[in-house]
Ligand binder design. Sequence first.
Ligand code: UN1
Length: 501
Amino acid sequence: MDISALLAELNVDLLPEQGQGVVSRSPIDGATLAELAVHSPERIAQTLARAQRAFHLWRDWPAPRRGELIRLFGEELRNAKPRLGRLVSIESGKILQEGFGEVQEMIDICDFAVGLSRQLYGLTMASERPGHRMMETWHPLGVSVVISAFNFPVAVWAWNAALALVCGNSVVWKPSEKTPLCALACQALFERAARRIEGVPEGLTSVILGAHEQGAQLVDDARVALVSATGSTRMGRAVAVRAAPRFVRTLLELGGNNAMIVAPSADLDLALRAITFAAAGTAGQRCTTLRRLIVHESIHDALIERLKKVWDSLPVGNPLDDGPLVGPLIDLSALQQMQAALDAARNEGGEVYGGARVHAQHYPGAAYVKPALAVMPAQSDIVQRETFAPILYVMKYRAIEDAIALQNGVPQGLSSSIFTNDLREAELFLSSKGSDCGIANVNIGPSGAEIGGAFGGEKETGGGRESGSDAWKAYMRRATNTINYSRELPLAQGIRFDLES
Ligand code: UN1
């Protein structure tokens, strides 16, 4: 794992960033990869000033020209995929396949954004007044701050940045303090793309290294027009409260507590594969990870037996090796939180299976765990919380309405799914009486969404939508225009307001 060679291949020069405060450690063995300086308040202010100047130039570029830059960035990502995917694995601990998948997700959103750059449409409306026309125009918003989490250290920024940039904004990124190298690598790739076009404003994208305090300075700065934050509900609440007094726009994509209902008619072979990827994949550290399994009582015991076998056989190990499907947790404190959640599950009457730490001798500084199953008597306190670890709580249901009530009976509302071959159940689940989440799937798991749909959720998930569909609208401001091409001045609502002449 020669990190210096990998960073050099990705054109990352760490020298100017060296210092104290941000320590990048590989979850693979806990070793320090780099020590970087937290950015000072002055540097943050300078970065924002540059970003604002860049915005003032960039907003005048025709959107399809802006798209051209994203097309080139997508090309850079295609070329760098093996190296950037590997860096993602090294710094976040996900298996290589998922590291590559994350870079692919960046490439996909770039392709989407290139097309979008020719489709930033507004509507026209029929005016009630003769000789008038109404329409709406979408304009660039301003400096967009992106705060992202360790678990998707590159893709979530790319969803935001690719859209924000084609929409005419500049982007300032505060990555998780746990994954600064991934951010610096993306910035270097972006700069390579930017050098291929004449006149791209300097400072169009930039990276701020730091933690809570640096994030707070970004949220508070009057030059910032949008704060897009992905991470825990706790972080999102802090951002939302801080942002509220100055009414800066926020886009929040926060915690999930995603469920799957398994109905009696389900194809259990398919369900088993979907459950395993969604619950144990990424070591349970996706915001879309499957955390709650709600199983019909007629198949509950049999499904648990099958799950136990799969859970036993899941290869846990070094994510860079061929073979392991489950890599390490991000750090030892995540391991403690997982163990505390399992203790709580036991105290609340749960029967816990798996969940032990493994490879501790070989990797004392890393947190490898066997995924856990916790068969619960009820949706008790711990089941209602998001623990960022591979713990799957299993509960039983009799009537589909009760299963849906359980699915909805948590504070979070990100993703959900049902396995059923009964059309009525599937449609009920997708209906207004069904899942209350931003994502509701049938016969696939809750995680691993494509970029084409809007991504995000309700309730404590924060209500924001990123990525596909019309999520771009969050990165622009809408102006409603009424144009009078007549020689009269009729007022709306038929109001008469005549001046004596
Ligand atoms: C996240 O965990 O923050 O749907 C994002 C998924 C991925 C994105 C997850 N496409 O699981």
